[in-house]
Design a protein around this ligand. Sequence first.
Ligand code: GDP
Length: 537
Amino acid sequence: MRHMLDTAQNRPALPPEIARRRTFAIISHPDAGKTTLTEKFLLFGGAIQMAGQVRAKGEARRTRSDFMQMEKDRGISVSASAMSFDYKTFRFNLVDTPGHSDFSEDTYRTLTAVDAAVMVIDGAKGVESQTRKLFEVCRLRDLPILTFCNKMDRESRDTFDIIDEIQENLAIDVTPASWPIGTGSDFIGCYDLLRDRLELIDRKDRNKVADSIEINGMDDPLLERHVPAQLLEKLREEVEMARELLPTLDPQAVLEGHMTPIWFGSAINSFGVKELMDGIGTYGPEPQIQSAEPRQIAPEETKVSGFVFKVQANMDPKHRDRVAFVRLASGHFTRGMKLTHVRTKKPMTVSAPVLFLASDRELADEGWAGDIIGIPNHGQLRIGDTLTEGEVLKVTGIPSFAPELLQGVRAGDPLKAKHLEKALMQFAEEGAAKVFKPMIGSGFIVGVVGALQFEVLGSRIELEYGLPVRFEPSQFTSARWIKGDKQAIEKFANINKQHIAYDNDGDPVYLTRLQWDIDRVERDHPEITLTATKEMM
Ligand code: GDP
């Protein structure tokens, strides 16, 4: 919602360094081509020399054991968590969203750090389940979305069908930025509707793109020279229909998340990718206003501020270091700057920030509003934390969601209970799971959104802490945070001890297995409320 306040009409021009930044994520269903597209972005951004370097990671996502291996190999997943590269006059910051559907909470928080999303769909499959889920998450924040319809070199669906499906399924206006010519082995390229150009595919060299051909409208005889008669007739018909029936591009509607421009292409053939990148440059918005308390933060403010949207722990198990991923919300950050950690009110000298330049982690000398920097730390920085040059500001809109699955967890060796507690707290702070300590009894209850998270957690505790753990069924299935007056909460907790636990921040939680119970508490105890989300503090 933050960008709704931020329209071209009522905002000052941003300083050029900020105005050229585009910070976005790619959302897609597995297999649609996110990895391939990322790779081509990096290739055209000059960040990698050859295609193939990002591939290993995409492939690793496919199986569980490989996924764990990838998690073990923290270096890879970290450097790919954010990637910065230049394209034409723009600086692109591409933030990776976790691949597996079980990590929707992590995904949600990642999407709080971007100003736009690129939605990749497979031209033969259209809108798939994971696309829809991720889209809904973007919609919660009215995030601008640019669409790339991939794999047009394969037999794909009718262009109008694809557009209709997105409109119907996702309830968003779709406007074609390009129009495909032919499909499958007949696919020869696209007509660029925004710039009246013909873009033809070069299948011989996948990392090269053919030159564009300027065209003077649909009647230009030049078209006949490049497009076989049969395909041209269809193209003319379809473009005429599209121009009549489909909405034209309205940049303001795109900015507000009500309209998505769609480009057609084939990532593996590097086709349509540059047009999409030009589109991100032109329509993907500049760094936006950030909602915060007690006032919002504008990117052009000279004072630096930023917030932590992700924490990755134990990148080097020997040192137990962590990297906090910070989205800069305003100002011009320079290395060595002293910032205030608002939650603890402590000063913090950021001496070794990391900028994620594609394949390597590099020390950042500077960053501007819109950039993502990594700050190595020993656990002070948590998700949702705000950093400023002294002003007490708290970035809002980074929620924690109630877990949907709960399990008890014990150390294989009972003498290691204290170690386990420490490990669990670290993972809780990283946002990898919710950890609850019941008011009575021993042991911990771990809550997650998707079942795979238990497996990943178990294997990470063993790998990173040398602690084999056992998960066991919990008598509870739901958790709700208890909000209200301190005394009222205490009183309520004391008469419901067997249902009460505390999360890793020490906040009280009501655990139950029955929705009925939650309804009853809400009815009988108007002095407190039970909530399924809490703002990260
Ligand atoms: P991800 O799971 O979304 O990251 O998808 P990948 O980028 O790993 O792609 C999934 C598969 O589709 C891989 O085998 C790619 O080689 C293939 N692929 C990606 N883009 C294209 C394309 O434009 N055309 C065709 N035919 N295949 C593609």
